[in-house]
Every structure is written in structure tokens, then in C-alpha cells.
Unconditional design. Structure first.
Length: 105
């Protein structure tokens, strides 16, 4: 990633080809300490009791709060354009798309 700023004060961001492909994740586990938030993005598949973590992002608390605000703003924009996002049977606090049992790390 390029950290240089241009004459207008805007940061240029480089997106390498291998990263541009992205990783699909349908499950997230968030933990924190006094100094960091850790978000593990995983892929859960039907019929399997084990989720595979595909990416881990570690954030300072200030950046976690900025991410929270940015996600909230983008969800509002999305719902304004496409309608409400429905989350069926949201009982637990996970974001898994279907029921999951106890997995192993």
C-alpha cells in the first residue's frame, strides 16, 4: 500500500491484484483487549462443524470505532437505495448465515 499523499492532501491507495480478488466470509468473531480489537473473518459451510478463518484484522480502538461508524453509514445508504436488510431468526450474536455448532480453533 502506498502511503504518499498527493498535492491536494489525498492519500493514494494501491490495491494489489491478489488482494483485489477478496475473500468471502460469512462469519466473524470479534475480540478485544485494552489496546486492540481483533476481527477474524471466517467461512462456515453447511454440514461442517469447523469454520476456516480466512482473514484477521487487528485494529486500534479508535480505528474500530471509525470502522463502526463507516459501516453504519454505508448500511444506511444501502438500505435507502435497496430497502431494509432482513436478518432472519437473529437470536445469537454471531453473523453466521445458518446455525453453527461448537467449532474448533
Amino acid at each position: 500500500m502506498q502511503n504518499e499523499q498527493n498535492a491536494q492532501g489525498q492519500m493514494q491507495i494501491e490495491l494489489p491484484q491478489d488482494v483485489a480478488q477478496g475473500e468471502y466470509a460469512n462469519f466473524a468473531i470479534i475480540t478485544h483487549s485494552s489496546s486492540d480489537f481483533v476481527i477474524d473473518f471466517a467461512r462456515v459451510l453447511p454440514g461442517l462443524s469447523k469454520a476456516m478463518v480466512k482473514s484477521r484484522v487487528i485494529l486500534a480502538p479508535e480505528h474500530a470505532k471509525r470502522l463502526l461508524g463507516a459501516l453504519q453509514e454505508n448500511v444506511v445508504r444501502y438500505e435507502r437505495e435497496f430497502g431494509p436488510i432482513k436478518i432472519p431468526n437473529q437470536g445469537s450474536r454471531t453473523i453466521a448465515p445458518f446455525p453453527v455448532g461448537k467449532g474448533e480453533a
